[in-house]
Design a protein. Structure first.
Length: 671
C-alpha cells in the first residue's frame, strides 16, 4: 500500500542526493546575479532568536497555496526558504519534488542568497530525475523525483525554492505538515475552492487555528513553530508533528465518492477498491479445494489457506497510479504468484470466502502511534492486513490476536505479508496499534489486541563452570518466541555464510564478556514457525572472575544487557518511550564454583515493579553452585512522559543488578 508522500522526508532527501552525486558527471552551470525573487529578498536581514547548538537551519518562510480547480484537478504552489545556521544545515540546499502519472510539475526553481556576493539561481533544467528508491519487495513504482541542488548552502546564507504542480487527486483532502526537525519562523497555507464548495479542517498536535476567509479563499498562518528533536524510542514523527488535515467537497449535490471527511468515508472509498478485485477464478477454487481436502475442522482449513498465501505468494509490489491503493485482482495475484500487502490480503480474503469464512481488510500503519484514537480521518496508512471473522465452532489456544467487535463479533487479526509469524498471532508492530477496519458498510477505526507477554521473549539457561584461574566455560540453551523468533528467521533468509548464522550469539557474547571463544553452536527450529526458535552454544571466557587478594569476584549475570541509558541525559524527556511489543524474558544461570572456594557474599535480590514493566532477580548459593535467575516483563507499550522518573529508576535497578558481583573465598576445607 502506498504511504502518504507529504511527510518528513529529509532522510529520503539525503538518499536521493547520494544517488544524484553518483549519476551527475559534470556540475550544472548556475546563473548568478541579483536573481532571487522579491519574496526571498524580503527575508534578508530578518532578526532571529538564538537557537540551540543542534539547530542546523531555520525555516524562515513557508507558503503553500492549494487551488481546487475541479473534483479532478488540484494545483499547488509552494515557496520555502531556509537560513543555514551551521554546517549540518547544508542539506537544506537539496530540494526534491515527487511526480508521476497523476501529478505533473509545472515549474521548479531554486535560489541562494549568500551573506556576501551575488545570488545564485538553479532552474528545472538543472535538476536530476530519479526513480523512487526500492524498498523490500518493490519491483515497480510510477513515482519519480526531481532534485535540485541549490548552490552555496553555507552557514549564513539563505536558500529557497519554489514549485508548482498539478495533480488528479484520488481523494479530496490535503495535509499541511508545518513542523519538522527545523524551527519555523512563519508558515502560511491557503485553500481556494470552487463556488459552492465547503471544507473541514482537523488538527494534529496543535491547537485549532481559524482561517481568514475571503470569498472562496481560506488562509491560515502559523508563527514560531518549535523544532522536533529526535529522542531514542520516541513515537513516530507522523503522530507527533503538528499538522492540519483539510477535506473539501461540494455542498449538497451528488457525493463524489472520494470525500475524506470521516473514517467511514475512507472506509467506503477503500471498500469499493477492495471488493471489486475479489471475484474468484476457477484456479483459485481448485486450489482452495486441494488445500482443504482432508482437513477436518474449519480452523485447519483456515490455517492451510493462510500458509499458502504466506509462503507461496511472494511479496512483490507493483504500484502504478491507483495501484498504490487498489489491490490487483485476486485471480491475477494467484496466477502470477506474487503481490504486495493488499494483494495478499485480497487473495486470502477471496480464498477464505470459498470455505464460508468472512474477512475484512484493515488499513494500518506499521509504525504504531502514527494513528491514534484522536487522529482525524486522513490517509495515514502504509500497510494492509486482514481481520478474519471466527466462526462459532473455531476455538483454539493458538489464536491470540483476537478482539470482539460490537457489530461483527470475534475477529482474528492476521498479516499475510509476515510469512514467518504463526497463524493466530501478530507482531509487536501491530499490537495495540490502530487500523481502519473496512467493511461493506464503511470504515471503523479499531485498536488491535495486545497479546500476552509470554508470547514474545528470550529465555536463556546456562550451565557453566568456573576454575580457580577465573576461566568460565559451559553451555547455553536459548529459546526465542514471538517477534524475537520471526526476526531471527527473517534474518536467516539472506544469510549465505555458515559463520553468519550465529552472528547474534557473537554480538551477545561480545557485549557481555571481556573476551570469549565459541566452541560449539547450532540452531534449533530455524524454519518451523510454530515452534520456538533457538540457539544452543558453548563458549569459554578467560579472566571472567577478577582476583582480589585471595578472593574471586564473580558477576552472576553472565549474559545479556537489559538496562538502558536513554534517559540519562541533561535535557528532560519530551516524548513517551515506545517499546516494540509486550515481552517476557527469563535468564537462569548456574555457575559451578572452583574447587577450594565457597561463597562469602551474595549480591542482594532486585525487585522493581511498575505498571509498565517489572524486573526481578535473585542470586543464591545452592551447594557448590552459584544460581542466578531474573525475569523482565514489558506490559505497556508506551510509557508517558509523566512516568519518566519511574522508568529511569527501573533502568537504574537493572543496571545495578547487571554490575553486581558475588564474592568467593577459599573454603574452610581447603585449609
Amino acid at each position: 500500500m502506498r504511504a502518504i508522500k507529504r511527510t518528513h522526508a529529509r532522510a529520503a532527501c539525503r538518499l536521493f542526493f547520494c544517488i544524484v552525486s553518483c549519476v551527475v558527471s559534470t556540475p550544472p552551470v548556475y546563473a548568478s546575479g541579483d536573481v532571487a525573487p522579491p519574496w526571498m529578498q524580503a527575508l534578508v536581514g530578518i532578526s532571529l532568536p538564538s537557537y540551540d547548538e543542534k539547530t542546523g537551519a531555520v525555516l524562515l518562510y513557508s507558503d503553500t497555496n492549494v487551488t481546487v480547480l475541479s473534483e479532478d484537478r488540484i494545483r499547488t504552489h509552494v515557496r520555502e526558504a531556509y537560513k543555514i545556521l551551521r554546517p549540518e544545515g547544508r542539506e537544506r540546499g537539496i530540494a526534491f519534488l515527487d511526480f508521476g502519472r497523476s501529478k505533473k510539475i509545472i515549474s521548479f526553481h531554486g535560489w541562494c542568497i549568500p551573506a556576501q556576493g551575488k545570488d545564485y539561481e538553479v532552474k528545472e533544467k538543472d535538476s536530476v530525475e530519479v526513480a523512487a528508491p526500492a524498498e523490500g519487495g518493490y519491483l515497480m513504482n510510477d513515482t519519480r523525483f526531481r532534485i535540485l541542488h541549490i548552490p552555496a548552502p553555507d552557514p549564513g546564507n539563505i536558500v529557497g525554492y519554489e514549485y508548482e504542480v498539478e495533480e488528479r487527486p484520488f481523494w479530496l483532502q490535503d495535509v499541511w505538515s508545518f513542523q519538522g526537525e527545523d524551527p519555523v519562523r512563519e508558515a502560511h497555507y491557503s485553500l481556494q475552492l470552487p463556488p459552492g464548495w465547503v471544507f473541514k479542517s482537523s488538527w494534529i498536535a496543535h491547537e485549532e487555528t481559524k482561517p481568514e476567509e475571503n470569498g472562496n479563499t481560506l488562509q491560515w498562518k502559523i508563527l514560531d513553530v518549535k523544532a522536533l528533536r529526535a529522542e531514542p524510542r520516541m513515537p513516530p514523527w507522523r503522530g507527533l508533528a503538528a499538522q492540519m488535515v483539510v477535506s473539501f467537497f461540494p455542498s449538497g449535490g451528488t457525493p463524489l465518492k472520494k470525500e475524506f471527511a470521516t473514517w467511514d468515508d475512507i472506509g467506503i472509498w477503500l471498500g469499493q477498491l477492495y471488493s471489486s478485485q475479489m471475484e474468484p477464478s476457477e484456479g483459485i477454487k481448485q486450489e482452495v479445494k486441494s488445500l482443504t481436502d482432508g482437513k477436518r475442522t474449519t480452523l485447519e482449513k483456515m490455517q492451510a489457506l493462510a500458509s499458502f498465501v504466506q509462503n507461496d505468494i511472494r511479496y512483490v509490489a507493483i504500484e502504478l497510479g491507483i495501484g498504490g491503493w487498489q489491490p490487483h485482482a485476486a485471480p491475477d495475484v494467484f496466477a502470477h504468484r506474487y503481490g504486495d500487502c493488499k494483494d495478499k490480503a485480497t487473495l486470502l480474503r477471496t480464498m477464505l470466502r470459498e470455505i464460508g469464512v468472512s474477512s475484512y481488510q484493515v488499513a494500518i500503519n506499521t509504525e504504531r502511534g502514527s494513528v491514534t484514537s484522536d487522529t482525524p480521518a486522513h490517509s495515514a496508512f502504509n500497510h494492509v492486513i486482514l481481520a478474519i471473522h471466527l466462526p462459532d465452532d473455531v476455538h483454539d489456544s493458538s489464536l491470540m490476536a483476537i478482539s470482539v467487535n460490537s457489530k461483527l463479533g470475534r475477529l482474528l487479526f492476521f498479516d499475510p505479508t509476515n510469512e514467518i509469524m504463526p497463524f493466530g498471532q501478530i507482531g509487536g508492530y501491530l499490537q495495540a496499534n490502530y487500523g481502519l477496519l473496512v467493511t461493506p458498510d464503511g470504515g471503523e477505526l479499531v485498536q488491535l489486541p495486545q497479546q500476552p507477554t509470554n508470547l514474545n521473549g528470550i529465555s536463556r539457561q546456562a550451565n557453566l563452570k568456573l576454575d580457580a584461574n577465573g576461566i568460565l566455560k559451559g553451555d547455553v540453551k536459548e529459546s526465542r518466541v514471538g517477534d524475537h523468533a520471526w526476526q531471527e528467521r527473517w534474518r536467516l533468509r539472506t544469510v549465505t555464510k555458515s559463520e553468519d548464522r550465529i552472528k547474534p550469539i557473537e554480538e551477545l557474547l561480545g557485549a557481555s564478556l571481556p573476551n570469549f571463544r565459541i566452541t560449539a553452536a547450532s540452531l534449533i527450529n530455524p524454519t518451523q514457525t510454530d515452534l520456538p526458535f533457538g540457539f544452543n552454544y558453548s563458549f569459554l571466557s578467560q579472566d571472567y572472575a577478577k582476583v582480589a587478594g585471595n578472593l574471586l569476584l564473580v558477576r552472576p549475570r553472565v549474559l545479556g544487557n537489559k538496562s538502558s541509558g536513554i534517559l540519562e541525559t541533561k535535557e528532560p524527556r519530551k516524548f513517551p518511550v515506545e517499546f516494540e511489543g509486550p515481552e517476557h524474558d527469563i535468564d537462569s544461570f548456574d555457575i559451578t564454583l572452583p574447587d577450594g572456594y565457597e561463597v562469602d557474599e551474595l549480591p542482594p535480590a532486585m525487585d522493581a515493579e511498575y505498571s509498565f514493566a517489572s524486573y526481578h532477580s535473585k542470586t543464591e548459593a545452592v551447594g557448590h553452585t552459584l544460581h542466578y535467575t531474573r525475569t523482565l516483563e514489558i506490559r505497556e507499550l508506551s510509557v508517558p512522559v509523566s512516568k519518566m522518573e519511574e522508568l529511569k529508576k527501573f533502568y537504574r535497578v537493572i543496571a545495578s543488578d547487571e554490575r553486581n558481583t558475588a564474592v568467593l573465598k577459599p573454603s574452610e576445607k581447603a585449609h
